[in-house]
Design a protein around this ligand. Sequence first.
Ligand SMILES: Cc1cc2nc3c(=O)[nH]c(=O)nc-3n(C[C@H](O)[C@H](O)[C@H](O)COP(=O)(O)O)c2cc1C
Length: 354
Amino acid sequence: MYKLIKPILFKMDPEQAHGRMMRALKIVQKHPTLLSMIDRIFHYKNDMLAQDVAGIHFTNPVGLAAGFDKSCEVPKALQYSGFGALELGGITPKPQPGNPKPRMYRLPEDRALINRMGFNNIGMNKALSNLRRHSYDLPIGINVGVNKMTPYEERYQDYIKVLDTFKNDATFFTINISSPNTANLQNFHDKDEFSMLTKAIKDYRENHELSQPIFLKLTSDLELEGFKHILDPIVDTFDGVVLANTTQQRDGLQSDNRSEGGGLSGRPLFERNRDLVRWAYQQTKGTFPIIATGGIFSAEDAIEMMRNGASLVQIYSSLVYEGPGLTAKINKDIVQYLKQHGYHNVSELIGLDA
Ligand SMILES: Cc1cc2nc3c(=O)[nH]c(=O)nc-3n(C[C@H](O)[C@H](O)[C@H](O)COP(=O)(O)O)c2cc1C
């Protein structure tokens, strides 16, 4: 069906097409019969895909990456769409409109997207009310960002405000220091800035009861030398790492939109992010959970990320190109692979090639 709809969607501006999808999901979310219909079509279930990571039970390893549902508008509909987890947001303390439009571009020849959304979201309080409209039976992650207008030296407190607001509702958090679309946010990758952030998070955890795991999402542009400097504090402060967000590199791209500013996602990210995953897995000797994102279009890609050390994967750009049936297809093909190779559970793949 997506093959029929895709040409129509691809004639629209990408953000407008996304808006249409969101409106459709809002309609689905209101009707239990539609929810059970999409569950039947898009939700592939098999116990071989289930595992516990960072103390959370995931019924399958394919999660929705952050940025699709930035204000927790359609989590109920997404729950029935076959994902093993949802990462919602990025959410900031105050509402903000994000960057001027257009701010999202397709690069079809490269199976990629460029976005410079700039944390457009309705703010943490309204996003929380949206989330509370429903109940969920899959892990709900909150991707945490900072407001553009927050004074530079106070920005780490924005993360704490969002953690505190969602402390009773999220299953896990992801601290996003890697968006290229908020000026200087990536400075948190520098050792000194990073230690301010880790101190704030540790202090918060010591003084409040926050039992949920907190993951950290790094940029794809991180050099291994820089990663080395912050790896120990990452392991010491966080419960896992998401590798990795978009890149600002534009090497080898074919599409007309390649010189647009913002973060590049999709297929061109795959090898860079896989190498970050492998390096982090080796350095931590497989003891630290890794969630892989970036250019995962198939079960083969998901398996490669897992064999290189990821426990879980997340997808976004591939959904734009392949449609909502992709999650079930990846899960189904992973099970086929497990059976063919004599594995009993998806967790047996983690780190095999690292
Ligand atoms: C339009 C768009 C918005 C995004 N917004 C966020 C965000 O708010 N927070 C975040 O951590 N990542 C965000 N991302 C990055 C994705 O979560 C993901 O890490 C990245 O796109 C790589 O995965 P992919 O190649 O499967 O898309 C966004 C990506 C896109 C395309």
